[in-house]
Design a protein around this ligand. Structure first.
Ligand code: NAD
Ligand code: DAU
Length: 332
């Protein structure tokens, strides 16, 4: 039985990955999570106790991290400050967690030789023009725009340097925008779903025509497990599922599915430096590792996500008012 350490496992995608591991492997799993505003213990409530341990702590704590590396065979690193808007209003924790935290884990990986998988984002590549026929590939140059994406880019570069200089057994994946259950209400899709539940009109930044490339979190999890099991050490893999949509299209789908008129949204102050478009070419993952996404129908994935928020108000309600109060300050 493999012993896996998952950082950030109380967050949106980390908790999805833990649930995915429980139903698709016999690995035992330890989650290391600081339980910031974005971490939620309730996201792991139903995980079977006999194969699971939760450690509350900071990935920047070298003593704790070293202790945990000694007890595990592999580490999958999800923990991060993850929200672009927060990185614009307060970048300090982004530098700390995303850069110093990753450095701390890499040093432990160097000392112990433990296999390390690094979770990253397509935002490290910057953005694409709306009419660009190319999509991001593993060889697209790094060109991040925001404090969030620049700290993620820096963390990827640390991993690459630790592989080359010290022979750390690492892989990296860069994934597009995830959706699904248990995503914090600060993020675009859950914010709009919970706004509609509350009788508030969805808010689109700018003209609403920015494009994101959506993938279900379960597909992100299955891709990460594939890379952990069969990825080539030192390599980077892009994860996507051909899910490009304008923000306006996404809101229209949510409104229609929730019985509202498709123009019942407001355009609000744009995000400074707002990336126009992301799009992932995931050919390498398909051809080299044989991975395919399972969720190909965005509308039914969104319908299931809406149902989850309708049925789990106790999970998101405690965060909603404080999140909206923050947006109020920036006119969004
Ligand atoms: P999230 O904000 O929902 O969760 C982050 C988790 O990390 C939380 O549980 C938080 O408590 C924990 N954490 C934060 N700082 C920590 C620290 N110093 N020590 C220990 N734990 C800490 O984030 P998410 O959306 O699930 O993203 C997870 C990872 O996936 C991130 O690395 C992010 O960059 C990457 N990613 C996200 C997306 C997306 O669409 N959300 C897409 C591609 C990649
Ligand atoms: O591409 C991967 C990235 O996707 C991840 O690395 C990040 O962790 C994750 O947060 C996400 O970043 P985005 O900035 O793309 O996601 P967000 O949910 O914040 O916004 C999605 C789009 O919707 C973006 O164009 C901004 C817009 N938006 C967002 C909110 C919260 C709105 O129009 N209205 C809103 O209320």
């Amino acid at each position: 039985m493999r012993r896996l350490l998952v950082t950030g496992g109380a967050g949106f995608i980390g908790s999805d990955f833990v649930h995915y591991l429980m139903s698709h492997t016999d690995d035992s799993v330890t989650v290391l999570d600081k339980l910031t505003y974005a971490g939620n213990r309730a996201s792991l409530e139903s995980v079977p106790a006999d194969r699971f341990r939760f450690v509350e702590g900071d990935i920047c704590d070298a003593v704790l991290v070293n202790e945990l590396f000694d007890e595990h065979d592999a580490v999958v690193h999800f923990a991060a400050e993850s929200h672009n808007d927060n990185s614009l209003s307060g970048p300090v924790p982004f530098v700390h967690t995303n850069l110093v935290g990753t450095f701390t884990l890499l040093e432990a990986a160097r000392r112990t030789g433990v296999r390390y998988h690094h979770i990253s984002t397509d935002e490290v590549y910057g953005d694409l023009e709306f009419d660009d026929p190319e999509r991001f590939t593993e060889s697209t140059p790094y060109n991040p725009s925001s404090p969030y994406s620049s700290t993620k880019a820096g963390s990827d570069l640390l991993v690459r340097a630790w592989v080359r200089s010290f022979g750390v057994a690492a892989t990296i994946s860069n994934c597009s925008n995830n959706y699904g259950p248990r995503q914090h209400v600060e993020k675009f899709i859950p914010r709009q779903i919970t706004n509609v539940i509350d009788g508030v009109r969805p808010r689109l930044y700018g003209d609403g025509l920015n494009v994101r490339d959506w993938i279900h979190a379960d597909d992100h999890s299955s891709a990460v497990l594939t890379i952990l099991d069969r990825g080539r050490i030192g390599d980077t893999y892009l994860i996507g599922a051909d899910g490009e949509k304008t923000n306006r299209q996404v809101v229209e789908i949510i409104l229609a599915q929730m019985g509202q008129s498709s123009d019942a949204y407001d355009l609000v102050t744009d995000r400074p430096g707002h990336d126009k478009r992301y799009a992932i070419d995931w050919t390498k993952l398909r051809t080299e590792l044989g991975w395919e996404p399972s969720f190909r129908d965005f509308e039914s994935g969104i319908a299931a996500t809406i149902r989850w928020y309708q049925e789990n108000e106790g999970w998101w309600r405690p965060q909603k008012a404080a999140t909206e109060a923050k947006y109020e300050l920036s006119g969004q």
